[in-house]
Design a protein around this ligand. Structure first.
Ligand SMILES: Nc1ncnc2c1ncn2[C@@H]1O[C@H](COP(=O)(O)OP(=O)(O)OP(=O)(O)O)[C@@H](O)[C@H]1O
Ligand SMILES: [Mg+2]
Length: 324
């Protein structure tokens, strides 16, 4: 499925306000026959956020993004972008939204630059300098004259992002932009997202590549079977509440001692041999004191964190909950 969103430019940009909600999804639903692909979903994305929209295959990410862009109509609820309902103000809003839904629709026999020019003229004309800028931003200036047929998948994805950026949108909605990229391509895409965020863009990005989201996004929402499972900062989601990670000598002995305490029954060793444990009174300093007094002076103590992948698998029943 390939799509590109195009409308004529024309809407005036309103002044940016930090913390302003730029994308608001309210009780959004989409029913396909008997299947509820998106089920009463609500989310707020604020200006400048890189918001990760996560879920297993079939969870409803692309369906949500299509509704966000006004490509398909919801069966319930609404989407506001920059304070306006997409259903009623689509042609006004879309010039301020850059979109890449699944793989970009490109003319393979044209060069990268000519693809941008073609889209630019369909948009009513984009200055040459803007084409130079977006080529530079996505790192394709050296290959701009080559036919897209000769591009790697990663280069095609980057050209797709360049197209999404042509009108210098405030908001970018990217469905799986790192899809099919090799590790080097993923790193490039990540750098690009950071650059866009530094330039004040709001980015809404769907992905099932959890390590990526962990590195790129400030906030994430996880959906499964069309429903919101959780919405949180990456930090909140990955901090294992109240547990500490301690590196120390004779960890096995220290573990046995800690497990014998009322507060330490859940203690265990990590794969790397660190002691993962709650603390007496939930305080790191109490844990430190206890270990020191018992003769197990820690080398380091830090808040234990969970991998986003573990969190995701737990919250989505092994990541397969979306297969219906
Ligand atoms: N046009 C359609 N007609 C009927 N069912 C559809 C249609 N589009 C999507 N679905 C169903 O809606 C559900 C959500 O699909 P969607 O493509 O939104 O998932 P996704 O989260 O984007 O998955 P993936 O990670 O595989 O891209 C799936 O069960 C899918 O089969
Ligand atoms: Mg999808």
């Amino acid at each position: 499925m390939t799509e590109r969103v195009m409308t004529m430019p024309g809407a005036d940009a309103s002044p940016a306000r930090p913390g302003e909600v730029v994308l608001s999804i309210r009780n959004l639903s989409k029913q396909y026959g008997k299947r509820l692909a998106v089920d009463n979903l609500s989310l707020d994305v604020k200006r400048g956020e890189i918001f990760g929209f996560l879920g297993p295959n079939g969870a409803g990410k692309t369906t949500t993004i299509r509704m966000v862009l006004g490509l398909i109509a919801p069966t319930g609820g609404s989407v506001d972008i920059l304070g306006k309902d997409i259903t009623f103000y689509r042609s006004e809003i879309l010039p301020r939204v850059g979109a890449l839904v699944e793989t970009p629709a490109l003319y393979l026999y044209l060069s990268g630059r000519d693809n941008l020019r073609a889209v630019g003229s369909a948009l009513g004309g984009v200055p040459r300098s803007r084409i130079d800028d977006v080529l530079e931003l996505v790192g394709l200036q050296n290959r701009q004259k080559d036919r897209v047929r000769t591009y790697s998948l990663g280069m095609k994805q980057r050209l797709g992002v360049a197209i999404a950026l042509l009108q210098d949108p405030d908001v970018l909605v990217l469905d799986e932009p790192a899809n099919g990229l090799d590790p080097a391509g993923i790193v490039e895409m990540r750098d690009l997202m950071h650059q866009l965020s530094a330039a004040g863009k709001t980015v809404f990005i769907s992905s099932h590549l959890l390590p990526e989201v962990q590195q790129i996004c400030t906030k994430v929402a996880i959906i499964n079977l069309g429903k919101l499972v959780t919405e949180s900062t990456v930090e909140e989601l990955t901090s294992a509440h109240g547990e500490f990670s301690v590196t120390l000598e004779r960890a096995q002995e220290a573990l046995a001692l800690v497990q014998a305490q009322n507060w330490g029954r859940e203690a265990r060793l990590s794969a790397q041999g660190a002691l993962i444990t709650p603390a007496p009174g939930n305080r790191g300093r109490e844990l430190n004191l206890f270990l020191v007094q018992a003769g197990y002076a820690p080398d380091t103590i830090s808040q234990a964190t969970q991998d986003l992948e573990e969190v995701f698998l737990r919250l989505t029943n092994g990541g397969t909950g979306g297969v219906q």
